[in-house]
Design a protein around this ligand. Structure first.
Ligand SMILES: Cc1cc2nc3c(=O)[nH]c(=O)nc-3n(C[C@H](O)[C@H](O)[C@H](O)COP(=O)(O)O)c2cc1C
Length: 248
């Protein structure tokens, strides 16, 4: 059953239509919609069904307080803060290094920012802390006593949040940048010491609804190996899944 406000797109269209939105219109999103998104997202699978997610949901003045504190820290004390976990390998091997460089070219290129312009890049990073103008911001945390398997579970939950939001015609952006400022977030949101701040998520309506994904994806052949199928199967898939061509 489709909940109130949800659209009747296929799951494939929703997955392929989601993108990291970094400019929101600011149009309000009601608590009921966010509750519905989270209620659906909790159906993410998790090893032994331990459901290792915790979210702090922010809107209005509460969100603004967090944004102001983080923006101030970003401007004045950036070097005093560090994430409790490493998102990227320090020495990215290929093909990931190449993809990351391509991301930088496309992302800063789309903003008209030279990659060497540290100040302009910092101004773009600062927009993360304003949740890119979104009306709702989530801070996602996990119990630090859990192991890497639970981080897999959490990733599935996060993706469910993004997809459920898309199903309601909303866009989103997952943001690891928030993990850097856990010492500021803790007292503001009463985050217990036992939890680690993993990321933020902005949710709202895209400012420009005609804009879509900027980032390409590697072709299937780069990440999947098949065995035991015949060619007819592959041809049939191409015929019935035209978006594959669009998104690769
Ligand atoms: C866990 C996670 C953390 C991310 N953190 C940030 C972030 O801090 N700031 C940001 O602008 N984008 C962030 N992104 C968005 C990625 O850059 C984006 O997903 C990627 O470039 C692919 O683009 P697409 O999602 O539009 O397809 C994050 C994505 C993920 C999955």
């Amino acid at each position: 059953m489709i909940g109130e406000g949800a659209t009747a797109q296929s799951i494939d269209e929703i997955i392929a239509g989601r993108f990291a939105c970094r400019e929101f219109s600011g149009a309000p999103v009601g608590r009921g919609t966010i509750e519905q998104i989270l209620r659906v997202a909790r159906f993410a699978p998790s090893g032994a069904n331990i459901q290792p997610w915790h979210v702090y949901v922010l809107a209005g003045a509460a969100k603004d307080r967090v944004s102001a504190a983080l923006r101030e820290a970003h401007e004045t004390a950036r070097d005093e803060h560090v994430s409790e976990y490493s998102y990227y390998a320090s020495d990215l091997p290929e093909p990931y290094l190449h993809r990351r460089q391509e991301f930088g070219r496309l992302f800063y290129g789309s903003l008209g920012v030279a990659q060497a312009d540290i100040e302009a890049r910092s101004r773009q990073t600062a927009k993360n802390y304003a949740f890119f103008g979104a009306p709702v911001g989530l801070i996602v945390a996990i119990d630090r006593r859990l192991q890497v398997g639970s981080w897999l579970d959490l990733g599935m939950f996060i993706q469910n949040v993004l997809l459920a939001a898309a199903g309601h015609g909303l866009q989103s952006c997952p943001q690891e940048t928030f993990s850097r400022y856990d010492r500021i977030l803790r007292p503001l949101l009463s985050i217990p010491a036992q939890q680690m701040v993993v990321c933020g998520i902005s949710i709202g309506r895209a400012r420009d609804e005609t804009r879509g994904r900027l980032m390409p994806r590697a072709d299937l052949a780069e990440f999947a190996s098949f065995a035991g199928f015949d060619d007819q199967c592959a041809t049939q898939m191409e015929r019935t899944r035209p978006w594959e061509a669009e998104t690769s």
